[in-house]
Ligand binder design. Sequence first.
Ligand SMILES: Nc1ncnc2c1ncn2[C@@H]1O[C@H](COP(=O)(O)OP(=O)(O)OP(=O)(O)O)[C@@H](O)[C@H]1O
Ligand SMILES: [Mg+2]
Length: 167
Amino acid sequence: MRAANQLSVKVVLDSSGPALQQVVKAGGLYLIKPNIGELCRLVGAAELDSACVAEAARELIGDGKCELVAVSMGPQGAVLISPDLADFVPAPAVRKRSTVGAGDSMVAGMVYALAAGQPLREVIRLGVACGTAATMNPGTELFRKPDVDKLYNWLLQTMPRESAVPG
Ligand SMILES: Nc1ncnc2c1ncn2[C@@H]1O[C@H](COP(=O)(O)OP(=O)(O)OP(=O)(O)O)[C@@H](O)[C@H]1O
Ligand SMILES: [Mg+2]
């Protein structure tokens, strides 16, 4: 991460426990993707309701730890927090087979959208679509692109671009 920072390479981190703690402490990350439990442990909170999630994430951003925080909440979906946006994306209801790799798939979707220069709203929407699509397959099987396309379009229809909530 130090080397990446020297080269101005953006770092995306998905980790937990002491590893997450240590790297975040060093600061300078672009995006972190804790699930809600990981965020609680990171900020030393017993639990966080939806209002407090944005507050906790903004504190990390304000302290220069990272620029963006994507907090995943399993079947509830995820929220992407930047200094001026808290964008919640609900997870579409699907027939769940296995959640193994859901978080990893979500990160993959977000990195893909970021690399393509997509706006943050599309970044978190594609992340949720990939994460949820991964749960539709058994065992360690990850997502299938046709499922991602279907879920992404469903999210586009149910939550139009303009409805991003400031703050
Ligand atoms: N039961 C579910 N139903 C629908 N979508 C789900 C479900 N579980 C996970 N997801 C999707 O996957 C995303 C990431 O899931 P989660 O919050 O469980 O990540 P995680 O705890 O980091 O997972 P991992 O075990 O892969 O580390 C969620 O935001 C959601 O889009
Ligand atoms: Mg995870």
